[in-house]
Every structure is written in C-alpha cells, then in structure tokens.
Ligand binder design. Structure first.
Ligand SMILES: Cc1ncc(COP(=O)(O)O)c(C=O)c1O
Length: 384
C-alpha cells in the first residue's frame, strides 16, 4: 500500500501548494474579521453585550431558517443548555450515538442523565432511525405519564441527541418522526454541520432545539463559540435568560429568579463569527469542490471516499476515507502523519470510554465497523 499512500499524500499536498505541513482543518480569515474585531475594541464592548451578538443571532436565524437563535459561549455549553431546556433531569436517559465527539455525552452527564448508545447508519455516519426504532420497540414502554421508559432500567427516556457527523446530515426527518411517536424531545447536535442541509432544510431545525459549535476547527469559527436555535419563543426566551445568569433585566438592580449560567458568547467572539458567517456559502462551495477532487481521485484508486446522500447537501467539514481494515487504517495514519499530511481516526467510541462503559447500549456493529476503518483527511478551505 505504501506507493498508494505516497500517491495520496502527493495529491493532498498538490491541493495546498507551498505548505510543508497540511493540517486537518485550519481557519481562514480573509474577510471582515479584522475590521469587526477592531470595532469591538474601539467600542469597548468586548464582553457579553454588544451589537455583534445581536447581529450573529440574526445571521444564524437567516442561515438556518430557525425563528430564534441564541449566542452561546461554546457548543458543549449550548448542548448542556438545550438538555436543561428540554427538561432533562438527573437519572433520565438520553439516546445518542457512540460514534460522536465527547462533548455530546459530557453535556448529558453534566445533568446527571445517562447516555444510551444506539447504532449509526454507515452511509450517513449519524444515528440510525432503524436502530433507534428497534431499540425503543424492544426496550421501552410509554408510561401513564405519557413519557417513554426503559423497561430494564425503569428510567425515563427524555431526549434523543443525534449528531450530523463531520457535516453529513443523518436521516433526521425519520428520527424526528420516531421521537414524536415516543414523546422524546429531539435535540440535534449540529456542532459540525453549519451549512449542511437535509431535504432542503438546514440541519439543527428538525427538533425542539439544535446546537452549533464555532470552535477554531469548524467550517466557520468565532475562536470559541456556539449557538442554540429553536422555533419555540418561550424556549428561546428561557435560553437567553439561563445563559445570562438568569438575571431579570433592570437598569441597575441585580435580581435573579433561578440558577443560571454564564454561557453568553462575548461580543468579541461574535464579531469574528459575523465576519466568518458572511463567507459561509463561499467556504462550503470551496470545501465541496475539494470533496469532488477527492472523490474522483479515490474512485480512480478504487478506494471508498465518503459522500453525501442524494437528498442532502453536506458542508464536507472533514473529508472521510473508509479504508479496508483496521490494519490498513493504522498504516495510513502512520504514513500520512509522518509525511506532513495530518490524518486521524474517528473519536474513540463513547461506550469504550471508562465513564460510559457501563451505560445502556444497543448493538453497535456499524459504529465499530466505521471506527476500525475511518480516517479524516485534510479539509481546510483552499485560498490563493
Ligand atoms: C459533535 C460535537 N458536539 C459538540 C461539540 C462541542 O463544541 P465546542 O468545542 O464548541 O464546545 C463539538 C466540537 O467541538 C462536536 O464536534
């Protein structure tokens, strides 16, 4: 395989000319970033109140089609808040994927709730509606209070958090229908899928709440940042309230009516986010063009490059190559990372981590298959 790996490394380097080391995903700041960030310094409004926070929230509504968007300090905290707003409580169960970034499960754990791991579809890399339905049919019953309960653990199944892995939308409409049938709140972890659409609708708006991340490694970044979107006015108001220490608005008095959080995104970060979001369509087009080049190359090499489903438009945040075996995956990673091309496997599956190894889970054959074969390859926006 070494000669094929050499050819792939050469091809990737050609896409990023003049670079000695090709990172997985580096941010690009070629728009109004400097201007907007300097505005916040000049105005002294660098913290949690400011015009860019409002502008960012409006841009998120415009982009996603959600009625409300709330700027949050990062994607993990946005998820935590979303779960709280959905009424998830200690010892509730929250169905999610084992193949996800740790933040999904950490947010569930902050509340003292328990993640339950259900398998993914190989073609979307996201939660499988068929596996979700099977899990619920075999393991859950609707109680007299109208909520779903796990027959074995007797815990309430309050929410479901699918994730749009690497920007590839999962079968979110089917998942939404199952959640509605079982009275389970749907919260989309859309951290990786800004600019990704499922059947013409932006990801993150199919359930009660959707959350996004604007961490430095994402398609667009605010340095650190997140957002929560919803169509529910009451939830949106509560989200803003909880994210600002639950302070009752007053010109000088400090009055708080519940335990709140300091989860607001600072204006400084929102300024960066606004400048980046202005470039989102161009960034996604640029990334999709790179994915096309990869697709042709890997087709010619008879290798399995991961592509979007017909009814979806993926942002191709991180490009995915599926190798033939774990052994080949390890060889690929060793070759690329020692030859100036960053590559990495998917996150360790959640059910294999010490904190979650005893949590409930369904059969995870697809997750394990993918974890043994997947590698991410460089995916940054290319610019002259
Ligand atoms: C799937 C997923 N969920 C949540 C997060 C958390 O976002 P943040 O890093 O902004 O806290 C990330 C990314 O970092 C992610 O990839």
């Amino acid at each position: 395989m070494e000669s094929v790996f050499e050819e792939i490394a050469g091809f990737i380097k050609e896409q990023y000319p003049g670079k000695k080391f090709i990172p997985l995903h580096a941010p690009v700041f070629n728009g109004n970033e400097r201007k907007y960030v300097m505005d916040t310094l000049d105005s002294t409004f660098v913290s949690s109140v400011g015009a860019y926070v409002d502008r960012f929230e409006q841009m998120m509504c415009d982009i996603t089609g959600a009625r409300y968007a709330i700027a949050i300090v990062n994607g993990t905290n946005a998820l935590h808040l979303a779960l709280l707003l959905a009424g998830v409580e200690r010892n509730d169960e929250v169905i999610s994927q084992s193949l996800t970034f740790i933040a999904t499960c950490n947010a569930i754990s902050y509340i003292g709730a328990k993640p339950v791991f259900v398998d993914i579809d190989k073609d979307t890399l996201g939660l499988s509606p068929a596996a979700l339905e099977q899990f619920l049919n075999e393991n859950a019953t609707i109680g007299s209070d109208g909520f779903a309960y796990n027959n074995k653990t007797k815990r309430r199944i309050k929410a479901c958090v699918p994730m749009h892995t690497f920007g590839f939308p999962c079968r979110i409409d089917e998942i939404a229908a199952i959640c509605t049938k079982w009275n389970i709140d749907l919260i989309e972890d859309a951290a990786e899928s800004i600019g990704s659409y499922y059947k013409g609708k932006h990801t993150g708006i199919f359930g009660k709440i959707g959350t996004f991340s604007f961490n430095g490694n994402k398609v667009v970044t605010s340095g650190g940042g997140g957002a929560l979107v919803t169509n529910d006015e009451k939830l949106a108001k509560h989200a803003k309230h909880l994210s600002t220490q639950a302070k009752i608005a007053h010109p000088w008095a400090f009055m708080h009516d519940e335990v709140g959080y300091n989860y607001r995104m600072p204006n400084l970060n929102a300024a960066l986010a606004c400048a980046q979001l202005e470039q989102l369509p161009a960034f996604v087009d640029n990334k999709r063009a790179l994915a096309q080049l990869y697709k042709s190359k890997f087709e010619a090499l008879n290798m399995n490059f991961h592509t979007e489903l017909p009814d979806t438009r993926a942002n191709y945040w991180l490009n995915v190559l599926m190798l033939d075996s774990k052994e080949q995956q390890q060889q690929f990673l060793a070759y690329m990372n020692s030859n100036g091309v960053m590559s990495r496997p998917v996150w360790e599956l959640m059910h294999r981590l010490p904190m979650f190894e005893n949590e409930e889970r369904a059969c995870l054959t697809n997750s394990e298959w993918v974890a043994d074969r997947l590698v991410n390859i460089p995916s940054s926006v290319r610019y002259e």
